[in-house]
Design a protein around this ligand. Structure first.
Ligand code: CUA
Length: 375
């Protein structure tokens, strides 16, 4: 009989093993959750995402079938022909033409079966939507997304991190990557392959419920279509490692009923509000003195600065206060977080290219008050 202490240790080890397996199983089953997953490609919310999802629905069962068959055969062979001790070396076989033809032909046929719908889907998704589409230029920067509405009706609205779209209408995205420190050559002035490679880094635009990933590559203009059926907020994120704050390069697609979208565009096309109270006015003056204006455009800000609207180093702040989040869609837009951000941007978000400007408490009060007037 073993000592009691040993038996207690065995029991403790068994309990730990049981706990570890339960935790692992729980973790695996969590992958099957269907509720509260705003970024699931298997819950498509528009025609583009549905086309992709239907391809998955056709290919996945086939893949499961192959997996089960192959693994099943392996397990069967392992157990059926295991060494039972005392056996002689089995008959050695070299080459079996019938088997070899079979295991070459069957996978080849399966691959052809997968390739036909896959290639068809690729062509279907890469064709440009018609004239009715809303055209938006998407620019990936470190680490935030800029959206510029290209249609005449949108009057050159530029926003950041929130892509507002109408429901039931395809949105054609023309996507580029630019460095924050280089002047923007514009979509027209930047034909395919003409930008220097140093123009930016590779990002990837991904709104799982609306469309698959699209890499945004420096020197190229990449295009994709998204569309949402229902109004709502669809979270997305950069899906390609692009530097220190890659994980904090999020965004949201906000879909509105068409009439609501028109109203949103009209409001965004308005020049910035003029601040009423003294503190915000002080902030407005500081916006120029503290050189914020060198990187951030505010449409309608001080005619004398002239080129302000062309400045596209940082996000366009014309209607900053209308956005729910800022700094790559990771920080809730409220007084407290604006203050923290102004005090030390890279301290709030590692790698942020806005430097710590050494603003005084008073400057921060005034700038925060001003930014909050920019509805
Ligand atoms: Cu941009 Cu990762």
């Amino acid at each position: 009989m073993r000592p009691a202490a040993d038996r207690r240790t065995d029991a403790a080890a068994a309990r730990r093993r049981w706990l570890a397996w339960t935790a692992l199983l729980g973790l695996l089953l969590a992958g099957c959750a269907t509720e509260g997953l705003p970024q699931s490609a298997m819950d498509p919310a528009g025609p583009v995402a549905r086309i992709e999802d239907s391809l998955w629905n056709r290919v996945f069962p086939l893949a499961v079938g192959v997996f089960v068959l192959v693994q099943g055969l392996i397990l069967w062979a392992v157990f059926r022909y295991r060494d039972r001790g005392g056996d002689d070396i089995p008959k050695q076989v070299a080459g079996n033409t019938r088997l070899e033809v079979m295991w070459t032909l069957i996978p080849a046929l399966i691959l052809v079966g997968i390739a036909i719908p896959t290639v068809g889907t690729i062509f279907q998704l890469s064709s440009a939507p018609g004239d009715a589409a809303l055209d938006v230029r998407v620019v990936g920067k470190q680490y935030w997304w800029e959206f510029e509405y290209l249609d005449q009706e949108a009057q050159g609205v530029v926003t950041a991190n929130e892509l507002h779209i109408p429901t039931g209408r395809p949105v054609y995205l023309q996507m580029q990557s630019l460095s924050s420190t280089q002047p923007d050559p514009g979509l027209e002035a930047a034909p395919e392959f003409s930008q220097p490679v140093s123009a930016g880094v590779i990002h990837s635009f991904w709104v799982p419920r609306l469309a698959g990933k699209q890499d945004v590559v420096p020197g190229h203009t990449r295009r994709m279509t998204i569309e949402a059926d229902e109004p709502g907020r669809y979270p997305g994120q950069c899906a390609e490692f692009c530097g220190l704050s890659h994980a904090r390069m999020r965004f949201e697609v906000v879909a509105h009923e068409p009439a609501e979208f028109e109203a949103w565009i009209a409001a965004q096309a308005e020049p910035a509000a003029t601040p009423g109270d003294a503190l915000a006015q002080e902030g407005e003056a500081l916006f120029e003195e503290a050189t914020c204006i060198a990187c951030h455009a505010i449409d309608g800000y001080e005619e004398s600065t002239g080129s302000a609207a062309a400045v596209r180093i940082g996000p366009n702040l014309t209607h900053f206060a209308s956005r729910e989040r800022f700094a790559g869609g990771v920080i809730e837009n409220n007084e407290e977080s604006i203050r923290a951000w102004l005090a030390n941007p890279p301290g709030v978000k590692a790698g942020a290219q806005m430097p710590n400007l050494g603003l005084s408490e008073g400057d921060i009060d005034a700038l925060t008050a001003y930014l909050q007037t920019l509805e």
